[in-house]
Design a protein around this ligand. Structure first.
Ligand code: NIG
Ligand code: FE
Length: 408
């Protein structure tokens, strides 16, 4: 039995209520047994049976659920700092891709990387995330784009899930773009996706979700529909990169196929937003990518006003979002998307958990959930995201164990 005491403010982030309802408890304590939370409430009411175990002291600080990064491209080879500079000089993201850079540049570097290199880099990223209080991470493939390399990426995630205290949700993104070697015959790549990749990935239980980048330069709505059908038949839940660079009917498709989430959404139509609301699809906002591509922000207020829950994630990848800093994404969600700090927190906890199928299991401090907690050196959520620092997280508990502790 373990207990975290002397919590100045506990943001439980239970899912009920609106986007900004974080269900706080002042002067709280949380008790857990092995990796599961057993008691949550005001410290004055802590039952005697929980008082005697290993004790951690929050020092009167803010405590939040272990954060959930519900959209990352965690494993990849190489970086693309050269493209960062080109874009700053005015060269477009799609122009760089058409010239052979962009996603294909990372595909080449990923194919050339060894399994050990991919694993080492992804392990370091996960550890960096835990220091920031992030304990659950959705991880996409999509920089292999051939069967062998896609499987290698997903096996990296399986190894991480087995060896790291973070919880991993693996997603198959073989439909990221049509790789260069198939450009002359995209039907051949679609057949490879439908007939070989999806069945092989699903049979090996290497992914939970199936993602498609729906965009003029990637996959059409009709192609994506076929991919999701094959994914569903194999037991993979749909998620999509939608309406990032143009309004391409991605939000509408997400509603049609009952996706767990539609992500990016900078260019979604009002009809798409209404369809997502009716279908109960989570909107995942990715403000670091919005910033790096200097786009108009995703209209979070419209989504929230329409009744669509808005998650906040990093989109960590070497092109559009080269940072795994989820608190940074939350701060940017406030500035760019006009979300309040508590709305951003709920978007990076219980709403993000719903976007990866972990509702009631992660992203909230409730009895029965995994004991994932972050102690933040702030009196409240507003102060945390307002006074932005390299790291305000002083202690992370993942699966019931201390996974990071700042030097005193
Ligand atoms: O989520 N939109 C597509 N995929 C990534 C970017 C990939 C890249 O540039 O390497 C994204 O932004
Ligand atoms: Fe992405």
């Amino acid at each position: 039995m373990s207990v975290l005491r002397n919590i100045g403010l506990l943001a439980t982030c239970r899912p009920e209520g609106g986007q900004g309802d974080i269900h706080p408890i002042p002067n709280a304590a949380v008790a857990w047994d092995a990796d599961t939370i057993r008691w949550v409430g005001p410290e004055a009411e802590l039952p005697a049976e929980f008082a005697g175990g290993d004790t951690l002291d929050a020092g009167g600080r803010l405590v939040v659920p272990g954060l959930v990064d519900c959209h990352t491209h965690l494993a990849f080879g190489g970086w693309r700092a050269d493209e960062f500079e080109l874009r700053l000089q005015g060269v477009g993201y799609l122009d760089i891709a058409r010239a052979g850079g962009g996603i294909m540049s990372t595909v080449r570097a990923t194919r050339a990387a060894t399994d050990a290199e991919l694993l080492d880099r992804a392990t370091a990223a996960l550890e960096g995330m835990r220091r920031l209080g992030v304990t659950t991470v959705e991880c996409k493939s999509g920089y292999g784009l051939d069967l062998e390399t896609e499987l290698r990426l997903l096996r990296v995630y399986r190894t991480l899930a087995a060896t790291q205290p973070s919880r991993i949700v693996p997603t198959f993104l073989g439909a990221h773009v049509v790789p260069a070697e198939h450009r002359a015959d995209r039907q051949a790549y679609l057949r490879l996706l439908l007939d070989e990749m999806i069945p092989t990935v699903a049979a090996a239980k290497l992914a939970v979700c199936c993602d498609v980048f729906v965009e003029d330069t990637a996959f059409s709505v009709d192609e994506a529909r076929d991919i999701f059908r094959a994914g569903r038949a194999a037991g993979l839940a749909p998620k999509l990169h939608a309406d990032q660079l143009s309004a391409g009917g991605g939000a509408e498709l997400a509603a049609e196929v009952g996706a767990w989430s539609a992500d990016h959404l900078e260019c979604s139509s009002d009809a798409g937003i209404a369809a997502m609301a009716a279908a109960g699809v989570v909107a995942v906002s990715l403000p670091i990518a919005t910033l790096y591509l200097r786009q108009q922000p995703m209209p979070a207020r419209k989504f929230i006003g329409a009744g669509v829950p808005v998650a906040v994630a990093t989109d960590f990848n070497p092109g559009s979002a080269p940072s795994w800093d989820l608190p940074l994404a939350m701060m940017l969600a406030c500035h760019l998307q006009r979300m309040t700090p508590t709305e951003a927190l709920k978007g990076a906890t219980s709403i993000a958990a719903r976007a990866v199928g972990l509702q009631g299991k992660a992203g909230e401090v409730s009895v029965g959930c995994r004991a994932d907690l972050a102690v933040i050196d702030s009196p409240d959520v507003n102060h945390w995201l307002y006074h932005f620092r390299p790291n305000a997280c002083v202690l992370t508990v993942a699966a019931g164990r201390v996974a990071w502790q700042a030097a005193r």
